[in-house]
Design a protein around this ligand. Sequence first.
Ligand code: ADP
Ligand code: MG
Length: 320
Amino acid sequence: MPGEFALIERIRARAGRRDDVVLGIGDDAAVLALPPGHELVVSCDTLVAGVHFPDDTAPADIGHKALAVNLSDLAAMAATPAWCTLALTLPEANAAWLDDFLDGFLALADEHGVSLVGGDTTRGPLSMSITVHGLVPAGQALRRDGAREGDDIWVTGTLGDAAGGLAQWRARGPASAKLRHRLDRPTPRVQAGLALRGLATAGIDLSDGLAADLGHVLAASGVGARLELGRLPSSRTLADHFDEARRWTLQLTGGDDYELCFTAPAARAFEIEQAMAAIDLPVTVVGQVEAGAGLRFGTPDGDAWTPPADGYQHFSGGHA
Ligand code: ADP
Ligand code: MG
């Protein structure tokens, strides 16, 4: 697009550069030095305006979220983030918008020691694809297929805030700024992922809601599970705005939490609590892995419970 090179130059001027970047932005491709004994962990996620973030989202929040959801995938693999690329599609060559977007994007990249090493810039409806590259000591990636019968099921942080913020935005009624903040500014649990190396048997990050995402772990591991709804960790704000049944639905099917869900043998519970206390992150056991396939839900009264059929709605009506 016209002005493409001016935009790329703006990006290049601000991108940080790790020592292991042999060649960064400016050549035909980046050249990156891999430390010996490590495996490269690669993930890509796309955000489309109106689908993955509301159209009124601030550019700096979009920049933050676009990288955060990608770092969350590395966290779920217990990988240390290292590099990223940014394929950016913009409706027009808008330097002011780009500067604001980069404020959010690069602040989070800096926080995690990630260098932006390349990308692509094109014209079209607003969207961005980010590829992140992380490192793990060989054989230590945290996968989805290691959950075993009897393992505890854990989640970090609290669940449902982002979905609550989204539900309020959709309803165009009273809205909590705290809940909206959790939707716009997810925190990738990178330190938690690293701390779980050697402790967790399987892990995933929560992008589509606990029910769907835990379902992927169970399917990959060939097991099932029972979740105790009364144990789902909820923020005070979420509890102030939604009654219990609505909260369970948001927490199980709402998505956009970007917390980690992982499994571990009960014998590791104390070590896990210590490891998470060391990084100041609350962590909660929400259920147990069982032999029978499928996911079952129990209420605090001991009743069975089924999530409402419309639970899986994304704010656009679709779900990606
Ligand atoms: P090519 O035609 O070889 O793909 P480009 O003109 O697309 O080259 O890109 C020139 C350089 O700028 C490359 O190093 C590319 O990785 C980098 N680049 C382009 N767009 C972006 C972007 N949005 N973010 C980071 N780097 C970018
Ligand atoms: Mg290109």
